[in-house]
Write a protein that binds this ligand. Structure first.
Ligand code: NDP
Length: 344
């Protein structure tokens, strides 16, 4: 039997939705997660795609996650709103909070969303793209649990702490980068382990502190920040923005809450939205957009260079036309969850 299955995105979404309902998510939570997982798979980000569904099941079973939580929105200031996710998952909290963030950014010029008490297992570009699609510039930051040491240190302290930035464009897709503070996302190491492949050099050290390309050694040891101390400083900033600033946990505190050792804990996310037209006086928004395009054109004129996000948009166009390929074993595992056979 063929090990690979080709699925339409709508089929993949139904598969994920049924599984998430099967493991106890409310319909709202399940629908928001299924959408996030489908978008990730469709954009070629397999480490946040269908592969994560059995992981969500395990998080529900073995952590404090509340699979039927209802996010609650509060105003903290005219330009700052808070969503308390109630220990549910981030995608539903985004659905509740992002439309209000957009409204506030338009009325204030700049606005922020402090997302508390969520389990954030996904990629950040969803929230940033929700802002660029409204013509806003977006930034997002989230912690995870301790996987990377501070600069010069040996023991994991920071999470893989991603940050994302998005710039809207009138023509063509937005320019978005979304990157972990570590040399690789944790999910990439798990996928290499699942596929029995060695890691690229420079991603991790083993428990003995020596560089390793063995996924199991890397998972037991520490992930390295990208760019040495510079990546470590970005991870530090993310801890402060998505932790101390908004009254949520640092990655090491989330790790302490992860009693089952499943490598995810509750935490926060900080999202900033800017209305670009409200950030200038002397030039028109059209001039501003044209100015940005000059920069993008220079990047493309290089010939070898590309804009961040392009790989994802290409994958998206392909998967919308052709569907996606997923390992049959993974699809079966997810289908079993839908039948109520809980497992990770
Ligand atoms: P990558 O290293 O694969 O990519 C990082 C960014 O760089 C992407 O925006 C990518 O765009 C861009 N990029 C890559 N190559 C080039 C290039 N040659 N020229 C221009 N831009 C380029 O991502 P990471 O492994 O760092 O992170 C993967 C995902 O994991 C992210 O979505 C992140 O949010 C998520 N994550 C989530 C965590 C959580 O706890 N929730 C923790 C850590 C990570 P493109 O997509 O077009 O290649």
């Amino acid at each position: 039997m063929d090990d690979i299955l080709r699925l339409e995105l709508s089929e993949l979404r139904s598969l994920a939705l049924e599984a998430l309902l099967g493991v106890g998510c409310s319909r709202d939570q399940a629908d928001a997660i299924a959408e996030a997982v489908t978008r990730a798979e469709g954009d070629g980000a397999h480490s946040h795609g269908l592969f994560r569904v059995p992981f969500y099941a395990r998080v529900i079973r073995e952590s404090e996650a509340v699979p039927d939580a209802r996010p609650v929105l509060r105003e903290l200031a005219p330009g700052v709103i808070q969503i308390d996710g109630g220990m549910g998952f981030a995608p539903l909290a985004h659905r509740v909070g992002l439309p209000e963030l957009v409204r506030r950014a338009r009325s204030q010029g700049i606005a922020a969303l402090a997302l508390r008490n969520v389990f954030h297992i996904g990629a950040l570009w969803h929230e940033v793209e929700a802002l660029t699609s409204e013509g806003l510039v977006g930034l997002a930051f989230t912690t995870s649990i301790s996987h990377i040491p501070p600069a010069g240190g040996a023991r994991p302290l920071y999470g893989t702490n991603p940050m994302a930035f998005g710039w809207p464009r009138a023509k063509g897709p937005p320019v978005i980068f979304d990157q972990a503070s570590s040399a690789s996302a944790r999910g990439e190491i798990l996928l290499h382990q699942r596929a029995g492949k060695p890691l690229p050099e420079g991603w991790a050290v083993g428990p003995d502190g020596a560089p390793t390309t063995d996924p199991a050694e890397a998972l037991a040891g520490a992930q390295l920040p990208f760019g040495g101390y510079k990546g470590a400083s970005i991870a530090l900033m993310v801890e402060l923005l998505a932790g101390a600033l908004i009254g949520d946990l640092f990655s090491f505190e989330s790790a302490e809450r992860d009693r089952a050792g499943i490598e995810v804990g509750p935490g926060g996310e900080f999202v900033i939205a800017l209305d670009p037209g409200r950030c200038l006086a002397e030039r028109s928004p059209a001039d501003q957009a044209a100015h940005a395009e000059r920069l993008f054109q220079r990047i493309l004129d290089d010939g070898e260079a590309r804009l961040p996000g392009q790989r994802r948009y290409e994958a998206r166009a392909r998967s919308q036309k052709e569907g996606v390929e997923v390992p049959r074993a993974l699809a079966e595992e997810v289908r079993a969850l839908a039948r109520g056979a809980r497992g990770a």
